[in-house]
Design a protein around this ligand. Structure first.
Ligand code: ADP
Ligand code: MN
Ligand code: MN
Ligand code: MN
Length: 340
């Protein structure tokens, strides 16, 4: 028997964007526990905007678990929040989203590292000498500083240790801005891993005195880039059959439901989707091959392969909830019929 440290994490009830909360439970297990071995637990919902009325107990139901390589015998236990009658809480988007293990999602999470209220590496007054652009995939101390790369590389290791399908890293266009990518088969799996990856990053940054700023336009209406969470997706049909006609009907559906998509693509997106900085305007929908100013970008390979492959929805932002984003994409896909 060993004492396992189970870090139960969940999304709270804050609007428009939930925060990740966590608390630790110690339990004896012979070996790394299976999901089935992990008990439900509880917390005080009155402190997380999840309590209703005078009854403040909420239930934590484990839905996935990951190795926590920063702690001896550490386990991260991702939980859904339930009422005490075990029905899903209204803040528990995961419980009700559409899922299809045959639909694959790749999320590109952009974010800023922040210190003392501004992007990591910004001077105390004014702006960095080097304007934006040089920081994208940049190298060198004066551009990148001395801690950011250590953070992002450690984060990568934590994700890989946890079994998260982290696929890559790049520094972004603005100083202090970075991106990582997570790929998963099925909306729940990909979105679970994105939330846990976000958690690991925020927690890792604590010891550097750094915060993660997930806002989609933290520097406001300046020339500094915003942060997105481009959402790449492919259904089995798109990967294996595709075709121009089907593709065009799919894009017509995305156009028809553009407002419904924007509604779950993250708050303050009007600040980011301006038509500038490689974005399309928030009220327009278009698509284009290799077009980074489009709402949806088709990789070059797609038309070449008879419209088979994956698509990149560039509109979701860095604070968006991957559960709701993926579910809305599946819902729109579901309105378009195709031959079996
Ligand atoms: P870029 O920055 O050029 O937009 P990235 O390499 O950052 O591209 O991200 C591409 C994303 O597309 C990755 O998350 C990857 O997992 C995802 N992706 C690749 N192939 C597929 C596919 N068939 N279905 C869904 N997502 C995919
Ligand atoms: Mn990218
Ligand atoms: Mn990017
Ligand atoms: Mn992209």
């Amino acid at each position: 028997m060993a004492k396992y440290k189970l870090e139960y994490i969940w999304l709270d009830g804050y609007k428009p964007v939930p925060n990740i909360r966590g608390k630790t439970l110690i339990k004896d297990f012979e070996s790394f526990p299976t999901l089935e071995q992990l008990p439900n637990w509880g917390f005080d919902g009155s402190s997380t905007q999840q309590a209703e009325g005078h009854n403040s107990d909420c239930v934590l139901k484990p839905v996935a678990r990951y190795l926590d390589s920063t702690v001896k015998n550490g386990v991260i236990v991702l939980c859904e929040v339930l009422h005490h009658d075990l029905t899903p809480h209204s803040t528990n988007a995961r419980a009700t989203i559409l899922d299809d293990p045959e639909t694959w999602f790749g999320f590109e999470q952009e974010y800023f590292l922040y210190k003392d209220g501004q992007p990591l590496g910004f001077p105390a007054e004014g702006f960095p000498k080097e304007g934006q652009g040089r920081y994208y995939c940049g190298v060198g101390y004066s551009l990148m500083g001395s801690i950011a790369r250590e953070i992002v590389n450690k984060h990568l290791d934590l994700c890989l240790d946890a079994g998260i399908n982290h696929e890559g890293i790049n520094s972004e266009v603005a100083k202090g801005q970075w991106e990582f990518q997570i790929f998963g088969k099925g909306s729940r799996k990909a979105a679970d891993e994105m939330w846990v990856a976000r958690y690991l990053l925020i927690r890792l940054c604590e010891k550097y005195g750094v915060d993660v700023n997930w806002h989609c336009k933290p520097l406001g209406a300046t020339d500094w880039n915003g942060s997105g969470m481009h959402s790449n997706f492919s259904t089995k049909y798109l990967r294996e059959v595709g075709g121009k006609e089907y593709f065009e009907s799919l894009m017509a559906a995305f156009d028809k439901y553009k407002a419904e998509h924007i509604a779950v693509y993250g708050p303050d997106n009007h600040m980011r989707l301006t038509g500038l900085h490689e974005t399309q305007a928030i009220d327009k929908f278009n698509y284009g091959v290799a077009n980074r100013g489009a709402s949806i970008r088709l990789p070059n390979s797609m038309p070449k392969n008879g419209y088979k492959g994956y698509l990149e929805d560039r509109r979701p932002n860095s604070q968006g909830d991957p559960y709701q984003i993926a579910s809305r994409i599946l819902e729109t896909i579901g309105t378009v019929s195709h031959p079996k």
